[in-house]
Every structure is written in C-alpha cells, then in structure tokens.
Ligand binder design. Structure first.
Ligand code: SAM
Length: 338
C-alpha cells in the first residue's frame, strides 16, 4: 500500500489556529519540528506560497517517508530532516535555515505511530514493548520494565505518569517479569489496580510515563524551546501544541519566564491557552486534550547579531567545519532580507 494512502489517517489538530498564531505569510520561512504525517506542514506551505520555505524535522524515519510522499508537490520549498528536535540549532546552522518567521511544535505521537502495533505505543493493541521514536535509540520500554528496580519504576511512573497507584504497579511488574509485550504489561497493571477507574484506561498513565522516559521527551522539549527562541527573527512566532499536563507546564512556564524578565525575549500572543472547538473534538477525538500556546520574539537588530555571533561560535565547532565569518556574512544577508 502506498504510504500516501496511510497519511490522511492522522488528522492535524488546531490547523487554522496554528496558521494564525504563526502569522504565516507569503515568502516566509518556517520550521515544523514535529513533521509527523505533514498535515501542519502542508497548511504552512499553502499559506506561505509563493516563496515560502519549510524545514520539517521528525525523529521517526517512518514519519519522514510519509511526509516526503505527501509533500512531493512542494519539494522545491520543503527540506525534510530525520533528526531529534533537541538538535534544532545544529540542524538550522548546518542547512543555513535561519533566521525564521515561525517555529511549530505539535508534540507527542501521530495516530499512525499509535496505531502501529509493532511500535508498542498503544495499550489497545498487542505488540512488543518498544516505544522508541527512532530505531537509533538504544533503550526500549521493555529494557526499562525489565531492568529498573521497584523503587525506580515507582518513581518513573509517578514523575512521568502522575499515577497514584505507582507502588502497586511497580510491585506487580517486578513479580511478573520478564514482560515483553504491551498486552502483558496491561494485564499486569490491571491485576495491580483492578479494572477501569473513571473514564481512563488503567494503563494510560503508565504507558505515558514509559513513552516519556524512553524518548526523554521532557528534556528534549526544554532543550529545543531554548534553541528555538534564538532562531526566530524580528517578531518571529513560536507555537506549541501539547497534549498532556507535563508538557504544557513546561511550555507555559518557559513562555511566561521569557516574557516576564527585564530583558524579555518573548511576548505572549494569547494570555489564555487555545483549545479545540467542540466541533473539532467531535470530528477528531484525539484533539480533545490539545493546548496551543504562542509567543512572539522581541529583539533588536543589535541584540540579534550579538546572540547569533555567540551561537555561531559555539555551534560552529559541533556542526563541523562552519567558518564563523562566512556564516555571519550569510546571516547578515538573510537578516537584512527578512
Ligand atoms: C502529533 S505528531 C505531529 C503531526 C503533524 N503535525 C501532522 O500534522 O501530521 C508528533 C510528531 O513529532 C515527532 N516527535 C516527537 N518528539 C520528537 C523529537 N524530540 N524530535 C523530533 N520529532 C519528534 C513524532 O515522531 C511525531 O511524528
């Protein structure tokens, strides 16, 4: 089956709100840090035409393949990179893609990843306990489940899952080990805490905790947000859609902190978080927990050159062979054209 036929299964969330928050304009340059099936990317490319450019990043090589097919028609305007967004600055410097008008993070997983039982993300399907976004990562969910101590497991389930039954779950995991599949883990959790309590499935929080830990999601988000601000040009927009409270807390605190300081680098666009309409939730239930936050870069030209000069110097070494004067000259040209 063509990958393209699979792509429409993931319905992008808050698309119109994202385009508005990014203030997408013809000829603009944008980064989609979570390309997924390319839904938001398509909308950004459509609204930035003519002349728009998009750098799309995803840690999952399968997502990149699907997005490549979907964005075939925009191939001259879109550069798609398989990498972790924790390396955002290095990627942008390597491909000379800065300063930019807007950066988007649509966090978490796509429906394609969730539905693929071979990836082990979902407690609804039986599959190997993997949960890695990229096959290059070494540690799988099974490694964590089968090697952590009871105390470490309870701590992880508490920190990343905010699960009240963490001790009971950890105790049962230790008893049932080795646990290799999602269904085995679901059964272990059900034995530990009984059946369904309230609306959510008993395995929801433990699965969330494992996925966050395997992919170091919170650490990578914090790293990438800091890098993103430095890549934005005048009035550049930072837009983040999150799906659970741990992510949203990081985004909210980051934007508030950056907009409160004496020398604030961001201005909040919406004081209140943006959520999907009832109609969108009905059409796409996966959107129900989405929260969009947006901010605009505040910067003077002088400031921009000073910070970027520092960045060019530090990233230059890692990016391999970037010569700082050449880079700065390119930057000056790009910046005066922006
Ligand atoms: C919710 S989906 C994005 C869907 C996309 N906006 C669309 O409209 O099709 C999130 C995507 O972000 C990717 N992702 C999550 N964390 C990442 C990270 N640290 N670095 C790069 N990609 C990441 C996932 O692999 C997934 O494809």
């Amino acid at each position: 089956m063509s990958l393209k036929m699979l792509a429409p299964i993931h319905i992008p969330v808050l698309v119109n709100e994202t385009i508005k928050a990014l203030a997408v304009q013809p000829g603009g340059r944008y980064i989609d840090c979570t390309l997924g099936a390319g839904g938001h990317a398509t909308a950004i490319l459509d609204h930035s035409s003519p002349g728009g450019q998009l750098l799309g990043i995803d840690a999952d090589p399968e997502a990149i393949k699907i997005a490549e097919e979907r964005l075939e028609a925009y191939s001259g305007s879109a550069l798609l990179i398989n990498d972790n967004f924790a390396n955002l600055q290095t990627i942008c410097f390597k491909y000379d893609f800065f300063p930019v008008h807007g950066i988007l993070f649509d966090l978490g997983l796509s429906s394609l990843q969730l539905e693929d039982r071979g990836r082990g993300f979902s407690f609804q399907h039986d599959g190997p306990l993997d949960m890695r976004l990229s096959p290059d990562q070494e540690v799988t969910a099974a490694d964590i489940i089968n090697t952590y101590s009871q105390v470490e497991l309870a701590q992880l389930i508490k920190t990343y899952g905010e699960e009240g039954y963490r001790r009971k779950i950890a105790q049962h995991i230790i008893k049932q080990r080795p646990i290799e599949t999602t269904l085995q883990l679901v059964q272990t959790i059900e034995q530990a805490i009984g059946g369904r309590r309230g609306k959510i499935h008993p395995a929801t929080k433990t699965f969330q905790a494992l996925r966050i830990a395997v992919n170091q999601e919170l650490e990578h988000l914090k790293t990438a947000l800091i890098q993103a601000v430095d890549l934005l040009g005048f009035n550049g927009r930072l837009v983040v859609i999150s799906y659970h409270s741990l992510e949203d807390r990081i985004v909210k605190q980051f934007m508030q902190q950056e907009s409160r300081a004496d020398n604030a680098r961001l201005r909040l666009i919406n004081k209140k978080v943006i959520t999907p309409s009832q109609a969108e939730v009905q059409l796409n239930p996966r959107s129900r927990s989405a929260k969009l936050r947006a901010a605009e870069r505040i910067i003077t030209k002088d400031e921009y050159f000073k910070t970027t000069e520092k960045l060019c110097f530090s990233v230059g070494v890692e990016a391999g062979g970037w010569r700082r004067p050449v880079l700065l000259e390119r930057l000056r040209r790009a910046f005066s054209a922006a």
